[in-house]
Design a protein around this ligand. Structure first.
Ligand SMILES: [Zn+2]
Length: 308
């Protein structure tokens, strides 16, 4: 499932390429036909994210809410003015990457690429298609895609925990929501009612960086540790929005060479401390990194650095 930084990148993408433009909205697959009819022809005013929810605000006092879930993804294409066209979502299927559709979006260096002549025929189960004069966006496989009122959108946000990527959000509400629970901190970080946008990678990496035991009960998290955890997450996630990847290691903890003696690239070999590094030596203390199940999801941690 894409983590919160991917959804904030999506919101930025929608603002960049569609804001201020009237959009044709359709549902080639048919499952979003009623919602598409209510939005068709309206102008996109803003796009914003809260955690893993994307909200597209239209000038007809309606909001399109999308949650990609495990398998959802957006793809984009358009003419040379349609900047940042990419495909974002479903890392299980597409890797933690965003791919630029060169064929659909000729850049200045693609002299031989065909000129943009409108969106291609829909491929596969396209739940929603948004089209402007300059480009298109296709949504496939979301767990939620609906048209709601601004009031209903506000109610969705109110039920969610604070998102470190939403400007002006401090650690207060996070601390309050964590410390009234007795379940494990590692479980609370993934609970979208406690904290919005954190998935398995940010969970594992932020707990490691903070030196926190994943099984620490939420109510026993000290205020100083909680503030430090929140601020570290906010920084890591902002980096994720900027570069489009989750990279949590400090330069001094990265391997210079890989097991074959070749120079080790930052991505993916050197990107993480514990995530998917079970059995490898901890980059900081040398203890073997472990993996276990917490709430049916893999939890990676270092027993040396994150001792109770
Ligand atoms: Zn360690």
């Amino acid at each position: 499932m894409p983590e919160g930084h991917s959804i904030h990148r999506l919101a930025r993408q929608f603002r960049d390429v569609f804001a201020g433009e009237p959009l044709r909205v359709s549902s080639p697959q048919g499952r979003f036909a009623d919602g598409a009819r209510r939005l068709d022809g309206a102008t996109l005013v803003d796009a914003r994210a809260h955690g893993k929810h994307l909200f597209l605000d239209f000038d007809v006092d309606l909001v399109m809410r999308v949650h990609l879930g495990l398998y959802g993804a957006w793809s984009f294409g358009g003419d040379e003015t349609f900047r940042g066209a990419s495909s974002i979502g479903a890392p299980r299927r597409m890797g933690e990457t965003e791919t630029f559709d060169r064929a659909a979006t000729p850049g200045p260096d693609d002299g031989g690429a065909p000129a943009y002549s409108g969106p291609p025929e829909p491929v596969g189960q396209v739940r929603a298609r948004l089209v402007s004069a300059h480009g298109w966006a296709d949504l496939r496989g979301p767990s939620a895609c609906e048209v709601i009122t601004p009031g209903e959108a506000a109610a969705v946000v109110a039920r969610l925990g604070p998102d470190p990527l939403v400007a002006g959000t401090g650690p207060g509400e996070f601390l309050e929501r964590v410390t009234r629970r007795s379940v494990a901190l590692g479980q609370l970080l993934m609970d979208q009612a406690v904290l919005s946008g954190v998935g398995n990678i940010y969970r594992a990496e932020s707990l490691f960086r903070a030196g926190l035991d994943p099984w620490l009960p939420g109510r026993r998290l000290g205020a100083a540790d909680g503030v430090r955890l929140w601020e570290d997450l906010a920084g890591l996630m902002a980096d994720g929005v900027r570069v489009g990847r989750i990279i949590t290691t400090e330069p001094e903890h990265r391997d210079a060479v890989d097991p074959d003696g070749e120079p080790a690239p930052l991505w993916p070999d050197n990107a993480h401390y514990v995530y998917q590094r079970d059995g490898l030596d901890c980059r900081v203390c040398g203890t073997a990194v472990r993996v276990t199940q917490m709430q049916a999801r893999n939890l990676f941690w270092c027993p040396g650095c994150q001792a109770p």
